[in-house]
Design a protein around this ligand. Structure first.
Ligand code: CAA
Length: 379
């Protein structure tokens, strides 16, 4: 028998996250959308409430939870605001390569102080000419004695302006393709590291996304994760977990849009009865509910494989593209159900629809995620 119910502990996590989201995030979500800024105080409170660094082991300052637990928590935070929630949760992707490829000493050195302090990090893979084709990155790493020198430019880096440290991917030899890529931990204060253009985005307005410029940045040899040439693997493994997290972002968004649309459809009266009782809209609501629930199941399924230490690359990719396509469809339908009001900034569904678009693009476009899932099917 398959039991879809949550454990008592998961219900407690869910309640903590739901209460936190209702008190600290939902009331300010529209304001953070209109006046984008760093949600430093909310991050500080999330850290105190134990809502950060969820899957990082306790010995490295994290909460030591599984990926299903983390999805249960993140659904609540994301339903309130995906941009603020993305800033709270960025360490799971940013620190993923350290957990995947770092030695116990490196994990202790980098993760423990970061997680204990409540500070945040960034994941530096993407470049102008290496987005979907991440293996084509050009940032160079040259070994000179006991240190590497990094030169290049990263773009679309979440939290770049506020990160305490960066996991940066660079190549020692571009002719080696993905086998030349190395992962490094680069502290913020490293001379030669600077933050460039901050992106002015359609949605997820308070999710900071900016360039990271590396000009002859000296990185000690002991900041290399694993061995030379292993970096691409650490990036991909971190993205497996990241894609379950983005599926949860899509799920939270879709749920919020569905709940807003349902509530509106129950109270808005046209032709003498609530609009949700008209068959055209009633069928839309039924499809939205089914989409949200199926997105949740695919997301939890991918998370449960990770929690059992099984390979979950295909399932993470399919949860990501499915749940975020659901987010786009359900938020668009929620605007439609609100009619003209839904297209105004007076109603949250307008923000949700703009926020949803990015989920189909980041952490691998949905075309790339279909490629990952489809490729696995054929192997
Ligand atoms: N786990 C472990 N190893 C993996 C892996 C995974 N999930 N995926 C690939 N690898 C390994 C492969 O096994 C292969 O190793 P071998 O040669 O030893 O067999 C090696 O990595 C190279 O793999 P591919 O040949 O499949 O590599 P590719 O160049 O064809 O690229 C890709 C594959 C899936 C398209 C990859 O480039 C990709 O994921 N692109 C999208 C990048 C992306 O998601 N970027 C998001 C950045 S973060 C962000 O969006 C924003 C944010 O901060 C929130």
């Amino acid at each position: 028998m398959i039991d879809f119910s949550l454990s008592e502990q998961q219900k407690a996590f869910q309640k903590t996250a739901r209460d936190f989201a209702a008190k600290e995030i939902a009331p300010v979500a529209l304001d953070y959308d209109r006046n984008p800024r760093f949600p430093g105080e909310i991050i500080r409170k999330a850290h105190s409430a134990g809502l950060m660094n969820l899957t990082c082991p306790k010995e490295y300052g994290g909460q030591g939870l599984g990926l299903v637990d983390s999805s249960v928590i993140n659904e609540e935070l994301n339903a309130a605001c995906v941009a603020i929630s993305g800033m709270i949760g960025i360490n799971s992707l940013a620190c993923g390569p350290i957990l995947c490829g770092g030695s116990p000493e490196q994990k202790k050195r980098f993760l423990l102080p970061l997680n204990q302090s409540g500070k945040t990090a960034s994941f530096g893979l993407t470049e102008r000419e290496a987005g979907s084709d991440a293996g084509g990155l050009k940032t160079r790493a040259k070994l000179e004695g006991d240190h590497y020198v990094l030169t290049g430019q990263k773009c679309f880096i979440t939290n770049a302006s506020y990160a305490e440290l960066y996991t940066i991917f660079a190549t020692i030899d571009p002719s080696k393709g993905t086998k030349g890529i190395c992962g490094f931990v680069v502290p913020r204060e490293s001379p030669g590291l600077s933050v460039g253009k901050v992106e002015d985005k359609m949605g997820q307005r308070s999710l900071n996304v900016a360039e990271v410029i590396l000009e002859n940045v000296v990185v000690p040899r002991e900041n290399l994760l694993g061995n030379e040439g292993e970096g691409f693997k650490w990036a991909m493994e971190a993205l497996d977990e990241g894609r379950v997290n983005i599926a949860t972002v899509g799920l939270g968004l879709a749920r919020a849009a569905f709940e807003a649309a349902l509530s509106y459809a129950k109270t808005r009266v046209q032709f003498g009865r609530p609009i949700g009782t008209h068959q055209g809209l009633n069928f839309m609501l039924a499809d939205m509910a089914a989409a949200v629930e199926s997105a949740r199941l695919l997301t939890w399924y991918a998370g449960s494989l990770a929690d059992q230490h099984k390979r979950f690359t295909r399932e993470a990719a399919q949860a990501k593209f499915y749940a975020t396509d659901v987010a786009m469809r359900v938020t668009t339908d929620a605007v439609q159900i609100h009619g003209g009001y839904g297209y105004t900034k007076d109603f949250v569904v307008e923000k949700l629809m703009r926020d949803a678009k990015l989920t189909q693009i980041y952490e691998g476009t949905n075309q790339i995620n279909r490629m990952v899932a489809g490729g696995a099917l054929m192997r």
